[in-house]
Design a protein around this ligand. Structure first.
Ligand SMILES: *Cc1c(COP(=O)(O)O)cnc(C)c1O
Length: 403
């Protein structure tokens, strides 16, 4: 076997389809969100970032960076162990309490990322519950899919955001078997929102557990940034709420919030929780400061909503096709991988505007897009520059697409 030749050939395939991933080499400017320096070989250029998941710019909030610096000075760089073997730092304990309180649950459990939290928690619940069936929304995130696959439990996929299909499938399953319904609140690519109350209703009827990924909602929705379930007054009906500390909270890490017994079960049986060094104390301290700040940051959330509205209005006025949805995610549809990449390259190279193209397998083929995430700190001038550049490039490249 020619190993090197194999790798190169497979990469060549991605390139010819126009979906080879090129990372923008960035140095973000703390205190000057959404600006960054982009490194391109020996050249550098200042760019405006339009695709960050640091939705509220909390990654550079002075409370957060100060908390991290203090924690480094007090505790050093790393945690020094797994949670079980000397690596539980007091900041982890405080953060888990804060997250439980945020979601109105008895307990919180931290993981090194949102990906790991989904993989480990779903994998452990679905493999630990004897003869469990997992009902998984058709558009669930890769981390949930991998966790369910890893559990080797039986999996049934229900139609996206469709409580009726879920009910039909649940009716089909032996009432004695444990059942786990896994879904998201805000779907990250289309920005649509699940009918959480209806899904809970169906799950309750069939005595199924519910697991809700609120990764793209925590910090942003609900009166205190606890997510969509809290906004809809149904957080207490969900068995597990999962979130990230890496998106609206601007730092890193993932978590679940649930009952004492469930969190204790996952803590005690999940390989992906047990056998890995815990988050650095400074990360936990920064995340804690961020969650505490965001819970009362009503003006920041209002400002983000205002910026999102403004971007949508300006895109519509310029005739640029974007998906209409009830969230902060603005997908500008291109529907062609090569064209999507070409638009992104031109925006970056000519205008210093950075929006990463989103191609298969992140979205289906034919659904390629630019995913804009307006923050509270994108100015009117930033929005004008974006829409003007996009309209020019759109015309130059002759993009033919309706949302
Ligand atoms: C980003 C994402 C995750 C993973 O969270 P990280 O903290 O980035 O690992 C989980 N679920 C969804 C829906 C996501 O978009």
């Amino acid at each position: 076997m020619d190993y090197e030749g194999f790798f190169k050939e497979r990469i060549g395939g991605l390139k010819s389809e126009g979906r080879y991933r090129v990372f923008a080499d960035l140095e973000r400017h703390a205190g000057d969100f959404p600006r960054a320096t982009r490194y391109d070989g020996d050249a550098t250029r200042d760019v405006t970032v339009w695709c960050s998941n640091d939705y509220l710019a909390m990654g550079q909030h002075p409370d957060v960076t100060a908390a991290m610096k203090t924690a480094v000075d007090r505790c050093g760089a790393g945690a020094g162990g797994t949670r079980n073997i000397s690596g539980t730092n007091h900041y982890h304990v405080l953060l888990e309490r804060e997250l439980a309180d945020l979601h109105g649950k008895q307990a919180g459990l931290l993981f090194t990322s949102g990906y790991v939290s989904n993989w480990a928690a779903l994998g452990t619940l679905a493999s630990g519950l004897p003869n469990c069936v997992v009902l998984s929304d058709a558009l669930n995130h890769a981390s949930m899919i991998e966790g369910i696959r890893h559990s080797r439990a039986e999996k049934r996929i229900f139609a996206h955001n469709d409580p009726d299909d879920l009910a039909r499938q649940l009716a089909d399953i032996d009432p004695g078997r444990p059942k786990l319904v896994a879904f998201e609140s805000v779907y990250s690519m289309d920005g649509d929102i699940a009918p959480i109350a209806e899904i809970c209703e169906v799950a309750e009827r069939y005595n199924a557990m519910t697991y809700l990924d609120e990764v793209h909602a925590v910090g942003l929705y609900g009166p205190n940034g606890a997510g969509i379930a809290d906004r809809e007054g149904v957080a207490h009906r969900l068995t597990v709420i999962e979130g990230t500390l890496g998106k609206a909270f601007g730092v890193m890490g993932g978590y679940i919030a649930a009952s004492d017994a469930l969190c204790d079960f996952v803590r005690s049986y999940a390989s992906g929780f047990i056998f890995t060094t815990s988050l650095p104390p400074a990360i936990a301290a920064g995340a804690l400061a961020s969650v505490q700040h965001v819970r009362t940051a009503h003006a920041l959330r209002a400002q983000q909503r205002d910026r999102v509205e403004q971007v949508r209005r300006r895109l519509a006025a310029a005739g640029l096709p974007h998906l209409d949805n009830p969230s902060h995610i603005v997908p500008v549809m291109v529907r062609d991988a090569k064209q999507c990449k070409a638009i992104s390259d031109r925006l970056l190279g000519r205008y210093g505007i950075y929006v990463q193209p989103i191609n298969y397998p992140t979205v289906p083929r034919g659904a390629e897009r630019l995913r804009l995430t307006p923050s509270p700190l994108h100015s009117d001038a930033d929005i004008d520059a974006l829409v003007e550049a996009l309209a020019t490039v759109w015309a130059e490249l002759g993009v033919q697409c309706a949302a």
